[in-house]
Design a binder for this molecule. Structure first.
Ligand code: ADP
Length: 571
């Protein structure tokens, strides 16, 4: 290709230059004759009185004939054979040199060209004289010129060819070098495209290709940075997806899974075909109708919320296990219904007694109504207090104060609190049980609930059987138990007695609300303890509270018995 272009350029240049070269040669011949005249004029200016001999030498040296002629054409001096009279006439008329070229038409010089130069000259004793130089240009002169022309042509061709060769060779070398460097760039670009971001180009020459290389290097390093960032983002996204408790599933247009996070895999493995079919149905629907949400899809015993949204050609689904959430919602609704019911009962009773109280005149009956109203008010008060405590515990708003508590002393205080019942309460305390670091108020509240239940479910104020409060040490823990010999709890109901508003079926349901044990359970949990129940119907129940001793003794051993420590509870 390069050679073709170079040859074409050479041929074109030659064809353009050749005609000018021919013309230039002719013009040079004419100019060289005219030069003779100009040289003579210059000579004359230097030396106005030239001798005939000097003129003769001048003409001989330049290969021309000369003569001095009158205006009438008469040759006075010189060796002229012939001359163009028009040149003499023109020179004398203008009083300035004139040159004429004329072809000889006959005679022995036929076909030759006669060149005549005439210039006015003063010759003593003559008037209107001119000096004339002539020269005949023959065929051979022209042939010589053509030969010279051919020679010049050849030389020009040679010079052109040589120039083209040199230019071609150096162009080829330079083009080869550039092409090699471009090739290196090409290879590097391919490697970069294949993911090798460490690919760099060494640039030694500071030209366009060099600066292209530098730009390439800058681009490669910024691509490397951008790719690293993308990788980091990808890893972060992957970590988030892997750590998500929600399941994420991506599908293509044929609903084939393209992406599953670990939770999604687990969920799909542990769910039945019916759930898979429902999921596919929702994903398919979302591809055509935008985001779709199924709030409660059943996957075995779990409730799953499915949110699907179109993504590219396929769709993406986020699956959330809402079993606990729904249970809590249901429990909340149940709780509100139960709480309203529990509040309504004493309120109705109160308003009923009030109405009857107004109409009743018998003082004794009125007194009994008042007593009933007091009892109902007390019940309402207890209910409100328990509900408030439970809600505080739920929201973590209840602050527990930790103090060194002597459990035996606490049991005696409790016994004193319940002395008004007139029931027999026995205390059995093992010696040497160390104090426990706990909140004395909440612990007392919890034990009071258990003692109240024990008294209530073993005959109430009329009950004869005693209730035992025991304190002993077991497996590094302090154990406080409340034992009654009352109606007991059916085994099937034991798992539920700590649920809010749960009241076991039985003869002695008394005037409970079903919230006491729920509150006791929550308090024990927040105190880091545990409540155990052993019960036999018609024989009685034992409620035991375990309180951790280990941390207490270790903290107690360093002598820190201050009572100002506080812990905040987050339920
Ligand atoms: P209540 O206000 O009904 O006593 P609790 O939450 O304190 O509510 O107790 C829940 C249920 O557990 C009671 O309704 C009762 O049936 C049963 N229960 C609690 N303590 C005893 C006990 N010492 N003896 C027999 N049954 C008990």
């Amino acid at each position: 290709m390069f050679l073709v272009v170079t040859t074409f350029a050479g041929v074109t240049a030659y064809s353009l230059v050749t005609p000018f070269l021919g013309d230039t040669l002719e013009q040079l011949a004419e100019a060289s004759f005219r030069q003779v005249g100009e040289q003579f004029e210059a000579r004359l200016r230097n030396d106005p009185s030239l001798t005939e001999q000097e003129i003769n030498v001048f003409a001989t040296n330049r290969g021309v004939q000369w003569g001095v002629v009158r205006s009438g054409g008469e040759i006075l001096r010189g060796d002229l054979d012939d001359y163009d009279k028009n040149a003499v006439a023109a020179a004398l008329a203008r009083m300035a040199p004139a040159t004429e070229l004329e072809e000889v038409e006959s005679g022995e010089r036929e076909g030759q060209t006669l060149a005549t130069y005439a210039a006015p000259i003063r010759v003593s004793g003559e008037s209107e004289t001119a000096i004339v130089f002539t020269r005949y240009y023959t065929e051979s002169d022209l042939e010589n010129a053509e030969a010279a022309m051919r020679h010049i042509n050849t030389l020009a061709l040679l010079a052109g060819a040589l120039a083209l060769l040199i230019a071609g060779f150096s162009g080829y070398v330079v083009a080869n070098l550039i092409s090699r460097r471009l090739n290196r760039l090409d290879v590097a670009a391919r490697r970069l495209a294949a993911g090798n971001f460490d690919e760099r180009i060494t640039t030694r020459v500071e030209d366009e290709v060099g600066s292209l290389g530098e730009t390439f290097n800058a681009m490669a390093s910024s691509l490397k940075g951008a790719f690293r960032q993308v990788e980091q983002e990808k890893a972060r996204g992957q970590a988030i997806l892997d750590g998500m408790t929600d399941a994420v599933i991506g599908v293509d247009k044929d609903l084939n899974a393209t992406f599953l996070n670990p939770r999604a895999r687990e969920l799909l493995e542990n769910s039945d075909p019916a759930f898979h079919a429902r999921l596919q149905e929702i994903l398919a629907k979302s591809r055509f109708s935008g985001s779709v949400t199924e709030p409660e899809a059943e996957a075995g015993d779990r409730i799953i919320e499915i949110r699907a949204t179109p993504l590219g050609d396929g769709a993406l689904a986020i699956l959330r296990d809402v079993t606990e959430e729904r249970q809590v919602e249901r429990a909340k609704a149940e709780f509100i219904a139960n709480a309203s019911h529990e509040l309504k009962t004493p309120l109705f009773a109160l308003s009923g007694y009030l109405e009857m109280f107004e109409d009743e005149e018998d003082e004794e009956v009125r007194k009994s109504f008042l007593k009933e109203m007091q009892a109902q008010t007390e019940r309402l008060h207890n209910l409100a207090r328990t509900l408030l405590d439970l809600s505080r515990l739920d929201s973590g708003a209840l602050t527990f104060r930790l103090e060194e508590v002597d459990l035996e002393e606490l049991l005696h205080e409790l016994k004193r609190d319940f002395a008004y019942t007139g029931r027999q309460i026995n205390i059995h305390a093992e010696k040497g049980v160390p104090p426990v670091k706990t909140d004395p108020v909440q612990l007392r509240r919890m034990l009071a609930i258990l003692l109240d239940n024990a008294l209530k479910y073993s005959g109430g104020p009329e009950g004869r059987e005693p209730v035992d409060l025991e304190l002993y040490r077991e497996n590094g823990q302090a154990l406080v138990s409340v034992t009654d010999r009352g109606c007991g709890i059916p085994e099937s109901e034991i798992p539920y007695i700590f649920d809010r508003f749960y009241r076991a079926q039985g003869s002695s349901r008394a005037d409970g609300t079903g919230l006491g044990l729920a509150l006791a359970g929550e308090i024990s949990q927040h105190l880091g303890g545990d409540i155990r129940v052993e019960s036999e119907q018609n024989c009685g129940s034992v409620f035991s509270v375990e309180l951790p001793l280990t941390s207490v003794t270790s903290e107690g051993s360093d002598g820190n018995t201050s009572s100002d420590e506080q812990i905040s509870i987050f339920s």
